[in-house]
Design a protein around this ligand. Structure first.
Ligand code: ADP
Ligand code: MG
Length: 189
């Protein structure tokens, strides 16, 4: 099984991604984590993306696609993937689809983690105190929410149109959300 997790910043993609991958035996691929690892390691790719990330803007499509898609294709030929943070726009989804379709690596289910804006902001500001992520300051958070609304939210209709979208009420505690998702995936399988 191949699963995409989409949702605004603070919606719980990272938390749910890890748990679901462990429970379902899928490979967890997190676009933001891969980018942060490149930045930390000071690679040429990391240097190219750091400013986009600090502003909360999407990094260029060619960069994220070349980083994520080899891992996606490899995971799909094994246990399957649980992909979080990619695609983040309809354009990225189209490019990924062109690469994935030929090798049977297309997503079987897309989970949209639905959380009201006030709760997102509350969670991110709470996380900022604990983790100190460079892009969890109020100005960058506002831009990340805007980028989600403008670029990423259109994916909801895109995947609904393909018949694989599941809207998850993620305004609940993490355990409840995990169980709800497992139920949805079992019913869909
Ligand atoms: N698919 C992507 N396309 C472009 N940029 C991305 C993508 N995924 C992550 N990024 C960059 O990494 C940042 C952090 O991503 P991520 O950790 O997934 O955030 P969150 O989980 O809070 O939504 C984004 O704000 C963006 O700059
Ligand atoms: Mg994340």
């Amino acid at each position: 099984m191949n699963v995409l997790l989409i949702g605004p910043p603070g919606s719980g993609k990272g938390t749910q991604g890890e748990r679901l991958a462990a429970r379902l035996g899928l490979e967890h691929i997190a676009a933001g984590d891969l980018l942060r690892a490149e930045v930390r390691a000071g690679t040429p790719l990391g240097r190219q993306v750091v400013e986009f990330m600090q502003r909360g803007d999407l990094v260029p499509d060619v960069i994220i696609i070349s980083l994520v898609m080899p891992k996606v294709l490899a995971a799909a030929s094994g246990a399957g993937y649980l992909l979080d943070g990619f695609p983040r726009s309809v354009e990225q989804a189209r490019e990924a689809r062109a690469l994935a379709e030929r090798v049977g690596a297309s997503p079987d289910a897309v989970l949209y983690l639905d959380v009201p804006r006030e709760e997102l902001i509350r969670r991110i500001l709470h996380r900022a105190e604990i983790e100190g992520r460079a892009d969890d300051n109020p100005q960058t958070v506002a831009n990340r929410l805007q980028v989600f609304n403008d670029a990423t939210a259109p994916l909801i209709d895109y995947y609904r149109g393909r018949g694989i979208l599941h809207v998850i009420d993620a305004d609940k505690d993490a355990d409840e959300v995990t169980e709800a998702i497992i139920g949805v995936l079992q019913a869909a399988a």
